[in-house]
Design a protein around this ligand. Sequence first.
Ligand SMILES: CCCCCCCC(=O)CC(=O)SCCNC(=O)CCNC(=O)[C@H](O)C(C)(C)COP(=O)(O)OP(=O)(O)OC[C@H]1O[C@@H](n2cnc3c(N)ncnc32)[C@H](O)[C@@H]1OP(=O)(O)O
Ligand SMILES: NC(=O)C1=CN([C@@H]2O[C@H](COP(=O)(O)OP(=O)(O)OC[C@H]3O[C@@H](n4cnc5c(N)ncnc54)[C@H](O)[C@@H]3O)[C@@H](O)[C@H]2O)C=CC1
Length: 719
Amino acid sequence: MAQYTRVSGSVGLITLQSPPVNALSAAVRQGIVDLMQRALSEPEVKSVVICGQNGIFCGGADIKEFGGQMSGPPLIPMIHAIEAASKPVVAAIEGIALGGGLELALGCHYRIAHSKARVGLPEVTLGLLPGAGGSQRLPRLIGVPAALDLITTGRHVTAAEALKFGLVDQITDHNTVNVAVKFAQRVADQPLDARRISTHPCLCPSDVAVLFEEVMQRVRRTARGAIAPIACVQAVRAAATLPYNQGMERERELMATLFTSGQARALQYFFFAQRAVGRWSMPSGARWDTSKPRPVHKAAVIGLGTMGRGITVALAQAGFSVVAVETQEKQLMEAKQAISGMLERGAKRRGVAPALDKINYGRNIQSVADVDLVIEAVFEDMALKKKVFQQLSAVCKPSTFLCSNTSGLDIDQLACQTRNPELVVGMHFFAPAHVMKLLEVVYGPKSSPLAVATAMQLGKKIGKVSVAVGNCRGFVGNRMLKPYLEQALFLLEEGATPEFVDQVLEEFGFAMGVFRMSDLSGLDVGWKVRLADGLAMPDPTMGQPTRLRQGRRYSPLGDLLCEQGRFGQKTGRGWYQYDKPGSQVAKPDPWLHSFLDEYRARHALVAHRIDHQEVLERCLYSMINEGFRILEDGIAAGPEDIDVIYVFGYSWPRHRGGPMFYAATVGLNKVLERLEHYYQAHPDVPSLQPCHLLRKLVASGSPPIQKWREVIKKVRSQL
Ligand SMILES: CCCCCCCC(=O)CC(=O)SCCNC(=O)CCNC(=O)[C@H](O)C(C)(C)COP(=O)(O)OP(=O)(O)OC[C@H]1O[C@@H](n2cnc3c(N)ncnc32)[C@H](O)[C@@H]1OP(=O)(O)O
Ligand SMILES: NC(=O)C1=CN([C@@H]2O[C@H](COP(=O)(O)OP(=O)(O)OC[C@H]3O[C@@H](n4cnc5c(N)ncnc54)[C@H](O)[C@@H]3O)[C@@H](O)[C@H]2O)C=CC1
């Protein structure tokens, strides 16, 4: 909807009204069309201002409409009509002007923005391009290089930057609508021809062909298979090389292809999934909207290794006072230096002062007595963590939340060491913790809704996407990683090479294949866990068959590499070889290939040809099957939680929506049928056995992913 008022006698004010972000729904578009006609037909009205209610100009097209039948007046003719109007039209931009919202503003003859406003064309993040003339008008207004930057990245820019680009005509600290109305009165009699952006020539640098070639190469390299960024470059190239009308035709063709692509559907699903995870719930019935967080002012981090350093930086940068504790003097000194460096580099990038004074360092756990929340990040060792939790419980005030950054240990066992187990949760960050967006907030059986709400809110305040998950080995992310890694090793045993498996996964869209990722994280990390679990047993005299553990197939390949000191990048050797320890350039290693040949010969394994499809299906479907088990067990509340975890924590390609959305795209019956096929071939691999929930969903006619929760509820109630 939109509202019309006449202000100052001669200005028609059109206010978009569609909370929460004044998206351009059918009703809003209809309102704009009708009210523009009214403003143009009233002789007293000499100029028009368009604004949005509640201090928000417009968040763009209504994304919820994309899935259904589009109705109402189309955006493109609506914007053309505004641009062609005989009276000046001024956009008064407060809050945001994004996507179709900015395209609407580009159709206006003038743009006035509040100094705190942000503008951008984020369509690429939804698998689209600015398809209402944005790809043609923006380069004409601000030049090809700047338009390419904004359109291919989708980044939001501040009003100050927009002014520098020439995207807006004026910025103000005052009431933007009042300023725009006065401006509209001033320009009422000014000629409009030069203000119609579609009539401008597209100013190109002389080396425009080289520029497009370079940008296209960069975009292809970073897109990881996403098609929208490439279409965005093609659309801007059309603006640079074709007359406006032909450019618009090219924009329409490219948009039509993107709009119906699976990638756009996946990205739009993911947009809503990201927001859905904030509406968390626990099996007890506790929910985000009925559980109030407690404010946290001062926090502590215990253990300043890889993770503790990143967590300290994230907290300090967000303005929290932090007590950072490390028992070893040498480690403490190194950590202090490393944290200061990280803060200084981050501050330089963001043009602010480094938050060095937010941190107090110490070696004594007593120094955390008065903090509101502690995040423990000591070695992954249950006995050590238990001891630390006992100490914390004795030292801290009774209301302090005690959180662990464990990658997968039992939160309940830690809670049991404390006086107030209801205040204990997992806060599982991902490395590097000041950069990675994901935070798993893990509730145990004793964790209170207050503790979950507080950890979720803290996550939000430090810029993380927080997902509440239940307590089980590996939680959601690492639990699903296990069958994925396991299949990758089995594929090596059966004839594949690390390079081939990685190539297939990287072509699928992962930032790194499984073996390159393992080399980066360090092979010793998993080895230590397997040793502690009694799985890795180097001594053949122990009587364990090498490739079997507890009746299940087991691959000792990773253990054998670790026994040779091949821990990955840090030692310069792992699944690949590196020029020197710490180097990041992975090269195929002939030693590894001979080692695999010898290993297969020793175990009478006959290598067979493994193709692309088998790698993808076995690695991904086993992981997806575990995802269904997680839903069945109630560890994740819905498929969106899993998908958000995988995109933000494990570099799953966003344009494929996440593993559970991908399963829905492939077809649940196909996933089931292929899992059955592989399980038949490998009956000693339980992770390939299709789980009950997957069968149930297929038996229910494979409902759309938005309906899975109903089936999950039924399955859980039967268990
Ligand atoms: C051939 C076909 C031709 C079709 C031509 C169409 C061409 C186009 O015109 C293309 C487009 O505009 S695509 C849309 C471009 N706009 C965007 O991407 C902005 C998306 N929104 C945001 O970034 C943040 O919500 C924002 C920055 C705005 C606000 O962030 P906050 O953190 O303050 O709040 P959120 O929690 O994100 O959002 C609040 C509620 O609003 C919902 N929402 C946001 N933007 C929406 C949008 N554009 N459409 C529909 N709903 C939207 C959001 O889901 C959330 O709702 P709840 O979760 O229910 O609270
Ligand atoms: N490294 C990674 O990628 C991730 C690790 N984690 C988890 O985070 C935790 C820490 O891992 P990292 O930082 O990698 O380990 P790390 O080995 O780099 O650091 C652990 C630090 O804790 C210190 N420490 C040990 N006992 C202590 C005590 N009683 N009081 C204070 N400090 C103590 C050590 O001196 C060391 O500096 C582990 O639980 C791990 O599973 C979680 C996510 C990712």
